[in-house]
Write a protein that binds this ligand. Sequence first.
Ligand code: AHM
Length: 336
Amino acid sequence: MPSITVIEHLLLHQKESPMATGRFTRLLNELILAAKIISREVNKAGLVDVLGFTGEINVQGEEVFKLDEFANRVLIHRLERAGVLCAMASEENADLIEIPSAFPAGEYILIFDPLDGSSNTESNVSIGTIFSIYRRKSPAGKSVTMDDVLQKGSDQVAAGYFVYGSSTMMVYTTGQGVHGFTLDPSVGEFLLSHPQIKIPERGKIYSINESYWNYWDAPTRQVVSYFKSPDNERGQPYNLRYIGSLVAGFHRNLLAGGIFMYPADNRDPKKPRGKLRLMCKAAPLAMIVEAAGGMATDGKMRILDIEPQELHQRVPLFIGSKKDIQKVMAFYQKGS
Ligand code: AHM
C-alpha cells in the first residue's frame, strides 16, 4: 500500500492548515530527524551494558550520556540551528534555552520533554519525546521574554509526541485532526499509518499509580473506585493498565479508549500537588486529545485554559475519553 510521509501529508493538507509554511515544515523536519537519532539510541540502549559502555568515556573516547541527557542534547543541537525558533524550553533545563546569536532566529517557541518515562529504559518499556509549539507574542527582533513562553495550552500552534516502542511512531496535530506515522526503518521515513485518530467516547482502560491511594483526597478515591466498580456507567470494571510511562499509557488510551490519571496527592503534606509538568507534558497531550475528540482536565479546569505561572509548573492530570473525563469532573464538582 503506498503511504505518505509526515511532510507530504502536511503539504497535501496545506489548504486546511495555516501551518504548512516553509518554516513550520523545517521545524517538523528537524524534530523528525532528532527523533530518528533518539530512536536509534533507545533501540540499542540494552547493548550498552553488553558492550561495556558503562563508564564516563566509551571506546571511541566519547562521553556516555544518560539517554535523557542524550535526547535533550540532540534536540537542542538540531533545533537551535534550524533558523525557525526564537527560544526553547526543556523539562531537563531549569531556564529558557536561548538561540545563540550565531544562528538565525525565527518566530516559533519549542517546548519539549526529551524523554518521558526514561526511568523505564532498562526494562525495555516504551518511552517518548513530547513537544509543543507556540508562536512568540512580542515582535521579532527583540529578546524573547518569559511572557512569550508562558502561554496557555490553547495558544499552541501544534503539538505531538514520538513513542519509542515495538515500533517508533510520531503522533501530531496542528488542531486539524490527529495523525499517526510509523517509522519504517527500511526507508528511514515516518509513513502515515493512523490517519484521523479519534479516541472512543468512553474508554475501557484506566491508568493510574494506585499505590498513592493513601495520599489522595476523598473525591480522587471516589473517581478511582468508580472506574473499578462493576456498577459504573460502562457496566463492568475498567481494565487497569499502568506502566509508569505517560506517553506509552496515553498512546494506548488514545487508540483504544481510556483515561490516564495523575491526580494531586499529599505525599508532601505541606504541599499537595500533581507531579506532571503543565507545559512540556500536559498541555501538548491535551491539545492532541481534544483534537481527537477527548478531553483533559486538572479535575476542575480544562488543561488548555490554565495560564502557566512558571515554566516547570506541575498539574494534576486527567486525560482521555470524553465521557470518562466528564465523570471525573462531576466527582470533583460534588466534592467529598
Ligand atoms: P518525569 O517528570 O520525572 O519525567 O516523570 C514522568 C513520568 C511519567 O512518564 C509517568 O507517568 C510518571 O512519571 C510515573 O510516575 P510514578 O512513578 O509516580 O507513577
